[in-house]
Ligand binder design. Structure first.
Ligand SMILES: NC(=O)c1ccc[n+]([C@@H]2O[C@H](COP(=O)([O-])OP(=O)(O)OC[C@H]3O[C@@H](n4cnc5c(N)ncnc54)[C@H](O)[C@@H]3O)[C@@H](O)[C@H]2O)c1
Length: 307
């Protein structure tokens, strides 16, 4: 069934996602505050609207792909999207935002007489272009069923994770595993270097042993063993370090708010914040191996020996 879709936020992810919806035969009316991005989306079959409010007035579904929860709630409430949409419109937020903001967005949408689904993605810009994203959805079963054909046009897989905010929860939990495991793999390679172990030897052992994980076998942080990994391309992203820092910050905030002793998650958030705020600003998140190699300031071990 063809739908009228308003698509707000036509950036690196939103542009290609909106284009895939248009290519699947939906009428897509788009808006972004950056005029150049709106023009680029027109080249993908998206109709340009003069404002976000104008984009949603005839929509069956409103998709948002925005930087933060503040942007999503700001558009929904302060910029009047909820008031401008027809009753019963499905608000599908694909941005990665705070779980609490996602729940607040669900409440605001429902209170305005509409329907809500949070559906953040993994798969990055490459997945958005290729239509191979994975969606993690939170909301009612009806809303998920209603959104499924659209999610199928933009991605390869969607998982209904539970009620309001469950999609965001799954996203930050998954990326906490990823952030921690990338640091673990990087530390192991740097320790191996100091012990005279070649990258290939460690890879050959760990990739077929209990150290096996995605950070090692797909996004290997050292050049050589996995030819397609960003380490072979001067750490060009890929999945950028600032985005990993953002997701870990959301995970750390959720852990603190819920009294969870996620010590490695909190430490990973600190390490990625420092890396992304400095030399990693434009790098793939696997570039953190360079920060591990440079090492921290000297510390004392339990015997008082300076390491
Ligand atoms: N880039 C990735 O690899 C990736 C992967 C998974 C998830 N995400 C998540 O997807 C979301 C979008 O990421 P992105 O890389 O496309 O970011 P982006 O910055 O390229 O795109 C966001 C867009 O929102 C627009 N925008 C901001 N405020 C607006 C407003 N009030 N009205 C209309 N447009 C507005 C911006 O101009 C920008 O074009 C983020 O939440 C991010 O965490 C990104």
């Amino acid at each position: 069934m063809s739908e009228v879709v308003a698509f707000i936020g036509l950036g690196r992810m939103g542009g290609p996602m909106a284009g895939r919806l248009a290519a699947a035969g939906h009428r897509v009316v788009g808006y972004d505050v950056v005029p150049g991005l709106l023009a680029a989306a027109e080249g993908r079959g998206v109709e340009a609207a003069p404002s976000a409010v104008a984009a949603v007035t005839e929509a069956d579904v409103v998709v948002t792909m925005l930087p933060t929860g503040r942007h999503v709630l700001g558009l929904y409430r302060d910029e009047g999207l909820l008031a401008a949409a027809r009753p019963g419109t499905l608000f599908l937020d694909c941005s990665t935002i705070d779980v609490a903001d996602a729940r607040a967005a669900h409440e605001a949408v429902r209170a305005a007489g509409h329907r809500a689904l949070d559906a953040p993605v993994s798969g990055g810009v490459v997945g958005a272009e290729a239509g191979t994203l994975t969606f993690m959805a939170g909301g009612g079963a009806e809303e998920f069923a209603r959104a499924e054909p659209l999610l199928a046009a933009m991605g390869a897989r969607s998982v209904h994770c539970g009620d309001a905010g469950a999609g965001q929860a799954a996203k930050i939990c998954n990326n906490m595993i990823l952030g921690i495991s990338m640091i673990a793999v990087s530390e192991a390679f740097v320790l191996g270097e100091s012990l005279g172990l070649s990258h290939q030897a460690l890879f050959d052992v760990a990739s077929t042993s209990s150290g096996q994980c995605w950070a090692l076998t797909t996004n290997c942080p050292v050049p050589g063993p996995v030819p397609a990994s960003p380490a072979n391309h001067d750490y060009r992203p890929g999945f950028s370090a600032p985005l990993m820092a953002k997701d870990l910050r959301l995970a750390a905030e959720a852990a603190r708010a819920n009294g969870v002793a996620a010590e490695l998650g909190l430490r990973a958030a600190e390490l990625y914040a420092a890396f992304a705020g400095g030399e990693g600003a434009e790098q793939d998140f696997s570039g953190i191996v360079r920060a591990v190699r440079q090492g921290p300031a000297p510390t004392s071990d339990q015997n008082g020996t300076t390491a």
